[in-house]
Design a protein around this ligand. Sequence first.
Ligand code: ATP
Ligand code: MG
Length: 188
Amino acid sequence: MIIDKEKIGRVLAIGGENIIRTYDKDKVIKTPFGLRYLLNRKKYVNSIKESHLELKEYFKDYLLPTEIVFSSDGRSYSMIQSRLKNRKLTPKLIRKNDFVKKQFSNMISCNNKMIRDIGVSWDFYGTLGFVFGPFWVNNVVVAKNRLVMIDLGIIHLEKKNQNWLAYLIGRLAFWRQNRYLRALMSKV
Ligand SMILES: Nc1ncnc2c1ncn2[C@@H]1O[C@H](COP(=O)(O)OP(=O)(O)OP(=O)(O)O)[C@@H](O)[C@H]1O
Ligand SMILES: [Mg+2]
């Protein structure tokens, strides 16, 4: 697929890591600009394909189909997704709707399995969720009663070849995510 610049429309949202704009009639295009990307662009670009495959393997249909299009010099990429008419996942909705609750618990189990198997966690909260607290799981939305993961962000829990800053931010986000998920689940 080649990105047609003519089809890029207005800015829908600015997240912590991506600018989200409309694309074509019914899609969105996401372009990264976040800290992890800016710290080590080449590595981030190279790792996005792998993250995508891992998330598809562990979360299957929860993950919103995402097409990753790399720039010709390989230094950047865009993500294309269908544009959802979604609402926020709230404690009230989880409490009221058993199907939503089941899906969310299942998502947490998928994540625990991924952590055990490969030492990688999905980022439930993203930067915005991280800032706005435990009751906004920014990277999951509800579309027609189904929970949908709209974001490919992951956290590598082992240091390996990450630089220290990226590693420590990841560990902090993971610690915070666990606290937040506990706070959220205690309300439902
Ligand atoms: N496929 C989509 N359809 C409609 N709106 C979307 C879609 N993807 C993202 N958005 C909107 O854009 C916001 C930010 O999206 P996303 O989480 O992908 O960005 P981000 O840069 O990763 O932000 P963060 O770091 O906070 O997670 C979402 O909260 C949502 O409102
Ligand atoms: Mg996000």
